[in-house]
Ligand binder design. Structure first.
Ligand SMILES: C[S@@+](CC[C@H](N)C(=O)[O-])C[C@H]1O[C@@H](n2cnc3c(N)ncnc32)[C@H](O)[C@@H]1O
Length: 314
């Protein structure tokens, strides 16, 4: 994973931090955790307090205690939670993030999968960029597919979801500055982006037409189920924000959106060894940090009499 800046991680600030009591900090931490699964620790106090201050000022409230009370009102879930989450999430992303992983993904996962599907006459490919942020990852996958032109006969559907409404709006607008596009190879930049007079780059319709974006919370089982199943799921650089319980919940939700043939790709600094009851690492495709569903343990009913007798003998 690319190193995130101190500001992005909410650490090591030199200017004086805005103040909030430990008790109030704890209440905000619990609220954000309950909504999103993101666990802020004391080391992120400066980051969190400054972000909450932005919301307090935007709502013209006097204190952070007032903002906390505002968040308790019944309408806040629909009106203010999205603003809060857009503010406190870290949306660091860029096109072609981790090129070696993406090259391995294309060569060792995507192309063989397309060949296998074509052999089975299943010409539909569904890809989910879970925690897509501003869409850079989802559009990168679309560009890989278009540039490779090995899936021309496929119906391709790429879905990007993120809990941050602001990030999803950015993904739909699809205009990017030079930080986001710095890794895009020049010929692909010319082919898939249109340069705007202010020097930013807008994604062309050919790419946009393969991708749709939705607000979505990875902790939400119902929401995840409604998305259906995917051939490939990218869930990169987001698990780091969760604690063990919320990570497990997210991974179970992702597993429910997979079939035994699906692949899950995670970020370079992440590993799912503690969750090997849900996912097994696909060792052949390890460079792409790919996982498949672990064999499911049978329930007692599924085991049946013969299995029970065999198990007793063992
Ligand atoms: C660091 S970005 C990673 C973006 C992209 N996957 C990448 O690797 O470049 C993490 C994203 O996770 C999103 N996120 C955090 N908690 C989430 C949740 N519970 N459900 C959905 N998205 C979440 C954040 O809003 C943020 O955009």
């Amino acid at each position: 994973m690319a190193a995130e800046t101190a500001e992005q991680l909410g650490q090591s600030q030199t200017t004086e931090a805005p103040k909030m009591s430990d008790e109030l900090f704890g209440r905000f931490v619990e609220l954000i955790y309950t909504i999103s699964g993101i666990r802020f620790t004391q080391t992120k106090a400066y980051f969190l307090t400054s972000k909450l201050e932005l919301r307090r000022k935007a709502l013209a409230l006097k204190t952070l205690e007032d903002y906390y009370r505002f968040l308790q009102q019944p309408h806040a879930k629909a009106t203010e939670y999205p603003n809060l989450l857009s503010e406190v999430t870290i949306n660091e992303t860029f096109f072609y993030r981790n090129q070696p992983q993406l090259e391995a993904f294309e060569k060792d996962i995507l192309m063989p999968l397309i060949n296998e599907k074509r052999r089975k006459n299943d010409l539909r490919l569904r890809i989910w960029s879970a925690a897509s942020s501003t869409g850079d990852e989802a559009y990168t996958t679309a560009m890989q597919l278009l540039a490779g032109s090995y899936a021309k006969d496929f119906r391709i559907e790429i879905i990007g979801t993120d809990i941050s409404r602001r990030a999803i709006e950015g993904a739909r607008t699809a205009i990017y500055g030079s930080y986001a596009t710095r890794n895009v190879p020049a010929p692909l930049l010319n082919r898939f982006f249109r340069e705007l007079p202010d020097g930013q780059h807008e994604i062309r319709q050919e790419v946009k037409s393969l991708v749709t974006f939705k607000e979505g919370n990875l902790q939400d089982t119902m929401q995840t189920k409604l998305l259906g199943t995917f051939d490939i799921i990218f869930c990169r650089n987001v698990l780091i924000y969760f604690d063990d319980a919320s990570k497990r919940k997210v991974l179970e939700n992702l597993a429910s959106a997979m079939t035994p043939d699906s692949f899950l790709l995670i970020g370079h600094s992440e590993n799912l060894y503690p969750y090997r009851d849900i996912f097994r690492q696909d060792l052949e495709k390890v460079r792409a940090l790919a996982y498949k569903l672990a064999p499911r343990k049978k329930t007692l009913e599924e085991l049946g009499i013969a299995d029970l007798v065999a198990a007793k003998k063992d």
